[in-house]
Write a protein that binds this ligand. Structure first.
Ligand SMILES: CC(C)(COP(=O)(O)OP(=O)(O)OC[C@H]1O[C@@H](n2cnc3c(N)ncnc32)[C@H](O)[C@@H]1OP(=O)(O)O)[C@@H](O)C(=O)NCCC(=O)NCCS
Length: 176
Protein backbone atom coordinates (compact mmCIF):
# COMPACT_ATOMS: atom_id res chain seq x y z
CA UNK A 1 0.00 0.00 0.00
CA UNK A 2 1.24 3.50 -0.81
CA UNK A 3 -0.37 6.77 0.18
CA UNK A 4 -0.49 10.48 -0.48
CA UNK A 5 -2.24 13.27 1.40
CA UNK A 6 -5.87 12.32 0.69
CA UNK A 7 -5.61 8.98 -1.12
CA UNK A 8 -4.05 5.57 -0.82
CA UNK A 9 -3.38 3.00 -3.52
CA UNK A 10 -3.77 -0.71 -2.94
CA UNK A 11 -3.76 -3.74 -5.16
CA UNK A 12 -7.38 -4.20 -6.23
CA UNK A 13 -9.05 -7.50 -5.30
CA UNK A 14 -12.28 -9.05 -6.56
CA UNK A 15 -13.74 -8.36 -3.09
CA UNK A 16 -13.29 -4.59 -3.72
CA UNK A 17 -15.76 -4.63 -6.63
CA UNK A 18 -18.86 -2.58 -5.86
CA UNK A 19 -21.88 -1.54 -7.92
CA UNK A 20 -20.45 2.00 -7.88
CA UNK A 21 -17.24 0.75 -9.55
CA UNK A 22 -19.20 -1.12 -12.25
CA UNK A 23 -21.38 1.96 -12.79
CA UNK A 24 -18.46 4.30 -13.35
CA UNK A 25 -16.91 1.89 -15.84
CA UNK A 26 -20.17 2.21 -17.79
CA UNK A 27 -20.40 6.00 -17.50
CA UNK A 28 -19.72 7.44 -20.99
CA UNK A 29 -18.15 10.59 -19.50
CA UNK A 30 -15.68 8.46 -17.53
CA UNK A 31 -14.93 5.82 -20.15
CA UNK A 32 -14.79 8.17 -23.15
CA UNK A 33 -11.02 7.74 -23.41
CA UNK A 34 -10.75 4.26 -21.88
CA UNK A 35 -10.61 0.87 -23.59
CA UNK A 36 -13.91 -0.16 -21.92
CA UNK A 37 -15.83 2.55 -23.82
CA UNK A 38 -18.82 1.39 -25.80
CA UNK A 39 -19.32 -2.03 -24.26
CA UNK A 40 -21.46 -2.53 -21.16
CA UNK A 41 -19.44 -3.99 -18.30
CA UNK A 42 -21.23 -6.33 -15.91
CA UNK A 43 -20.06 -7.78 -12.60
CA UNK A 44 -18.84 -11.00 -14.20
CA UNK A 45 -16.69 -9.13 -16.73
CA UNK A 46 -15.26 -6.85 -14.06
CA UNK A 47 -14.48 -9.82 -11.78
CA UNK A 48 -12.72 -11.56 -14.65
CA UNK A 49 -10.74 -8.40 -15.43
CA UNK A 50 -9.66 -7.83 -11.81
CA UNK A 51 -8.75 -11.52 -11.34
CA UNK A 52 -6.70 -11.47 -14.57
CA UNK A 53 -4.04 -9.42 -12.75
CA UNK A 54 -3.46 -12.16 -10.14
CA UNK A 55 0.02 -13.59 -10.46
CA UNK A 56 0.79 -11.49 -13.55
CA UNK A 57 4.33 -10.14 -13.25
CA UNK A 58 3.94 -7.77 -16.17
CA UNK A 59 0.83 -5.94 -14.98
CA UNK A 60 -0.50 -4.37 -11.81
CA UNK A 61 -3.97 -3.07 -10.95
CA UNK A 62 -4.22 -0.57 -8.10
CA UNK A 63 -7.40 0.88 -6.68
CA UNK A 64 -7.36 4.57 -5.72
CA UNK A 65 -9.13 4.99 -2.38
CA UNK A 66 -10.22 8.21 -0.67
CA UNK A 67 -8.73 8.16 2.83
CA UNK A 68 -11.58 10.10 4.43
CA UNK A 69 -14.42 7.86 3.20
CA UNK A 70 -12.41 4.71 2.30
CA UNK A 71 -14.31 4.88 -0.98
CA UNK A 72 -12.85 3.29 -4.12
CA UNK A 73 -12.72 6.30 -6.47
CA UNK A 74 -10.56 5.15 -9.35
CA UNK A 75 -7.85 2.88 -10.71
CA UNK A 76 -4.23 2.98 -11.75
CA UNK A 77 -2.85 0.31 -14.03
CA UNK A 78 0.69 -0.67 -14.87
CA UNK A 79 0.97 -2.74 -18.02
CA UNK A 80 3.70 -4.05 -20.28
CA UNK A 81 6.18 -3.99 -17.40
CA UNK A 82 9.55 -4.88 -18.86
CA UNK A 83 11.94 -5.67 -15.99
CA UNK A 84 14.99 -5.93 -18.20
CA UNK A 85 14.55 -2.43 -19.59
CA UNK A 86 12.97 -1.10 -16.41
CA UNK A 87 9.98 0.28 -18.29
CA UNK A 88 6.24 0.19 -17.59
CA UNK A 89 3.15 1.86 -19.02
CA UNK A 90 0.76 3.62 -16.66
CA UNK A 91 -2.96 4.34 -16.98
CA UNK A 92 -5.26 6.25 -14.64
CA UNK A 93 -8.97 6.87 -14.18
CA UNK A 94 -10.80 8.72 -11.45
CA UNK A 95 -14.16 7.01 -11.86
CA UNK A 96 -16.14 8.88 -9.24
CA UNK A 97 -16.79 12.17 -11.04
CA UNK A 98 -17.42 14.03 -7.78
CA UNK A 99 -13.63 13.74 -7.26
CA UNK A 100 -12.68 15.27 -10.63
CA UNK A 101 -10.74 18.54 -10.82
CA UNK A 102 -9.77 18.54 -7.15
CA UNK A 103 -6.23 17.24 -7.40
CA UNK A 104 -7.02 13.59 -6.59
CA UNK A 105 -5.73 12.44 -9.99
CA UNK A 106 -2.45 14.30 -9.40
CA UNK A 107 -2.05 12.80 -5.94
CA UNK A 108 -2.74 9.30 -7.23
CA UNK A 109 -0.41 9.66 -10.22
CA UNK A 110 2.38 10.99 -8.01
CA UNK A 111 1.97 8.06 -5.58
CA UNK A 112 2.00 5.59 -8.49
CA UNK A 113 5.13 7.13 -10.01
CA UNK A 114 6.85 6.93 -6.60
CA UNK A 115 5.85 3.27 -6.38
CA UNK A 116 7.10 2.63 -9.93
CA UNK A 117 10.55 3.98 -9.18
CA UNK A 118 10.99 2.93 -5.53
CA UNK A 119 9.16 -0.42 -5.36
CA UNK A 120 8.87 -1.73 -8.91
CA UNK A 121 12.40 -0.43 -9.57
CA UNK A 122 11.49 0.95 -12.97
CA UNK A 123 13.63 3.65 -14.53
CA UNK A 124 11.05 4.88 -17.00
CA UNK A 125 7.27 5.22 -16.92
CA UNK A 126 5.27 5.95 -20.05
CA UNK A 127 1.69 6.67 -21.02
CA UNK A 128 -0.34 6.76 -24.21
CA UNK A 129 -2.93 9.53 -24.30
CA UNK A 130 -5.66 10.42 -26.79
CA UNK A 131 -4.74 13.88 -28.14
CA UNK A 132 -8.24 15.14 -27.28
CA UNK A 133 -8.00 14.16 -23.61
CA UNK A 134 -7.17 17.62 -22.24
CA UNK A 135 -7.55 16.60 -18.58
CA UNK A 136 -5.15 13.69 -18.95
CA UNK A 137 -2.59 15.77 -20.88
CA UNK A 138 -2.62 18.42 -18.11
CA UNK A 139 -2.38 15.73 -15.45
CA UNK A 140 0.68 14.03 -16.98
CA UNK A 141 2.39 17.34 -17.83
CA UNK A 142 1.91 18.47 -14.25
CA UNK A 143 3.51 15.23 -12.99
CA UNK A 144 6.63 15.97 -15.07
CA UNK A 145 5.94 13.66 -18.00
CA UNK A 146 7.24 14.86 -21.36
CA UNK A 147 5.42 14.48 -24.67
CA UNK A 148 7.80 12.38 -26.76
CA UNK A 149 5.78 11.57 -29.80
CA UNK A 150 2.56 11.97 -31.72
CA UNK A 151 1.18 8.97 -33.57
CA UNK A 152 -0.98 10.41 -36.32
CA UNK A 153 -4.58 9.16 -36.45
CA UNK A 154 -3.67 6.19 -34.27
CA UNK A 155 -7.04 5.98 -32.43
CA UNK A 156 -10.52 5.34 -33.76
CA UNK A 157 -12.68 7.76 -31.79
CA UNK A 158 -16.34 7.54 -32.68
CA UNK A 159 -16.34 7.86 -36.45
CA UNK A 160 -13.07 9.78 -36.59
CA UNK A 161 -9.39 8.90 -36.30
CA UNK A 162 -7.48 11.01 -33.80
CA UNK A 163 -3.83 11.37 -32.85
CA UNK A 164 -2.34 9.48 -29.96
CA UNK A 165 0.36 11.07 -27.79
CA UNK A 166 3.17 9.18 -26.14
CA UNK A 167 4.42 10.60 -22.84
CA UNK A 168 7.47 9.49 -20.83
CA UNK A 169 9.06 10.16 -17.47
CA UNK A 170 12.59 9.09 -16.55
CA UNK A 171 13.55 8.31 -12.98
CA UNK A 172 16.58 10.55 -12.97
CA UNK A 173 14.48 13.44 -14.23
CA UNK A 174 16.49 13.78 -17.42
CA UNK A 175 14.63 15.89 -19.97
CA UNK A 176 14.30 14.11 -23.27
C1 LIG B 1 -7.69 12.45 -16.31
C2 LIG B 1 -8.19 12.39 -14.86
C3 LIG B 1 -7.59 11.16 -14.18
C4 LIG B 1 -7.76 13.67 -14.13
O1 LIG B 1 -8.07 13.50 -12.75
P1 LIG B 1 -8.41 14.76 -11.82
O2 LIG B 1 -8.41 14.31 -10.41
O3 LIG B 1 -9.64 15.43 -12.32
O4 LIG B 1 -7.14 15.69 -12.10
P2 LIG B 1 -6.55 16.83 -11.16
O5 LIG B 1 -7.66 17.50 -10.41
O6 LIG B 1 -5.43 16.25 -10.35
O7 LIG B 1 -5.98 17.85 -12.22
C5 LIG B 1 -4.74 17.67 -12.88
C6 LIG B 1 -4.53 18.79 -13.85
O8 LIG B 1 -5.39 18.60 -14.97
C7 LIG B 1 -6.21 19.74 -15.15
N1 LIG B 1 -7.54 19.29 -15.54
C8 LIG B 1 -8.39 18.51 -14.84
N2 LIG B 1 -9.52 18.34 -15.54
C9 LIG B 1 -9.37 19.03 -16.69
C10 LIG B 1 -10.19 19.20 -17.84
N3 LIG B 1 -11.39 18.64 -17.92
N4 LIG B 1 -9.72 19.95 -18.85
C11 LIG B 1 -8.50 20.52 -18.78
N5 LIG B 1 -7.66 20.38 -17.74
C12 LIG B 1 -8.10 19.63 -16.71
C13 LIG B 1 -6.25 20.43 -13.83
O9 LIG B 1 -6.52 21.79 -13.97
C14 LIG B 1 -4.87 20.15 -13.27
O10 LIG B 1 -3.90 21.05 -13.74
P3 LIG B 1 -3.56 22.39 -12.90
O11 LIG B 1 -3.25 21.95 -11.50
O12 LIG B 1 -2.40 22.95 -13.64
O13 LIG B 1 -4.79 23.22 -12.93
C15 LIG B 1 -9.76 12.34 -14.81
O14 LIG B 1 -10.28 13.41 -15.54
C16 LIG B 1 -10.33 11.04 -15.36
O15 LIG B 1 -10.32 10.02 -14.70
N6 LIG B 1 -10.84 11.07 -16.62
C17 LIG B 1 -11.49 9.90 -17.20
C18 LIG B 1 -10.53 8.75 -17.49
C19 LIG B 1 -9.35 9.16 -18.36
O16 LIG B 1 -9.52 9.85 -19.35
N7 LIG B 1 -8.16 8.72 -17.96
C20 LIG B 1 -6.92 8.99 -18.66
C21 LIG B 1 -6.67 8.04 -19.76
S1 LIG B 1 -5.06 8.35 -20.46
Amino acid sequence: MIENKRIYLKQLAVTDITDAYINWLNDPEVNRFLSVRGGAQDRQMVEKYVASYDGDDNRLLLGIFDKASRKHIGNITFSSINRRSGVGAIGIAIGDKSFWGKGYGSEALQAAVDLAFAVLKLRRVEAGINAENAASISLFNKAGFVEEGRLKEREKFGDRYVDFLWFGLLKDGKRQ
